[in-house]
Design a protein around this ligand. Sequence first.
Ligand SMILES: Nc1ncnc2c1ncn2[C@@H]1O[C@H](COP(=O)(O)OP(=O)(O)OP(=O)(O)O)[C@@H](O)[C@H]1O
Ligand SMILES: [Mg+2]
Length: 342
Amino acid sequence: MTDAKVSGTAVRADDDYPWDRTALRSELATVSQEPGATKPQPILAVDNVVRSFGGVTAVDVAHLEVQRGAITALIGPNGAGKTTFFNLITGFDKPSSAKPRFGGGNGPFATWRFQGRSLGATSAFRVAQTGMVRTFQLTKALSAMTVMDNMLLGAKDQPGEHILTALFRPRWKKREAEIRAKAEELLVRFKLDAKKDDYAGSLSGGQRKLLEMARALMSDPAMIMLDEPMAGVNPALTQSLLGHIQDLRDRGTTVLFVEHDMHMVRHISDWVVVMAEGKIVAEGPPDTVMQHQAVVDAYLGSHHDQDLGDDSVLDEDFEQAKAQEDAERGERTAAEPDGEKA
Ligand SMILES: Nc1ncnc2c1ncn2[C@@H]1O[C@H](COP(=O)(O)OP(=O)(O)OP(=O)(O)O)[C@@H](O)[C@H]1O
Ligand SMILES: [Mg+2]
């Protein structure tokens, strides 16, 4: 799909959707703002995904389409079912509405298609192989492993793990070198290269989020799903994370992310999907979606009164924010010499 897989920076050949952000947004502006609206080029289409825990229905999505090449925000009050939805779609959990393996049951059954491929009964590992990867609300970077080893774990096909290819060592060695080069490149991009031999456990919360994102990119995903990538990240690093997410989209990766902070949502999303009590209740462009009555109702008593603050801080130049972040990181390292394992 990419013409230079290893670099991770290649532009896809099959670019049948608008790369230009303005063009993409004007195309999305023609989309109906009804829940489950049809998109011009959906990369993911979900039907009848229901998940109940005991008597509580956590997720009940009748239909949802995610536009290829866009940044889509999935928002909704606490407990709306966003994380459960991510778990279901990526194979970490199974819908209650899954079609029974040996027949029977009452439909409609859960189905979802990613890049035209049906993923209903696919394990998390295989889902990732099809090009849909996700990060977790609570970071899952392995603390007792180095940053580099965390990255290497993210690679899609490590031939060394396969008994037959392991016999052909020269080929295996070449691939391993490619994987390592790619990890190095991503660590530079996410400014974690100086930390590559440190234990992931020594990173700050924000750096761990960056590591998770970088690791997810090791497999050249077509779509990345980020569950609260900004949570617990200090403001300086937030700027950088936002820049990285926009950068992903600009390189052709579809992004679906969960976020509570409406600043972030408005600042970077091309489209917003609102979930409440397991259902999609509204969809629309970020500047108008919050005006839907269903959204106001969903947020009443929860996030409705949240501080929407000053958006201008988010319009700072990305480079300037990165420079500030570097300076602060320098101070932090100087202040915490134990953090550095040379
Ligand atoms: N393993 C589980 N067992 C029982 N109930 C669960 C389980 N996982 C989630 N739930 C319930 O499902 C509902 C949806 O939870 P979920 O974590 O998906 O919400 P969320 O939208 O991600 O919330 P938040 O914004 O707080 O992260 C909640 O009522 C939650 O208590
Ligand atoms: Mg959640």
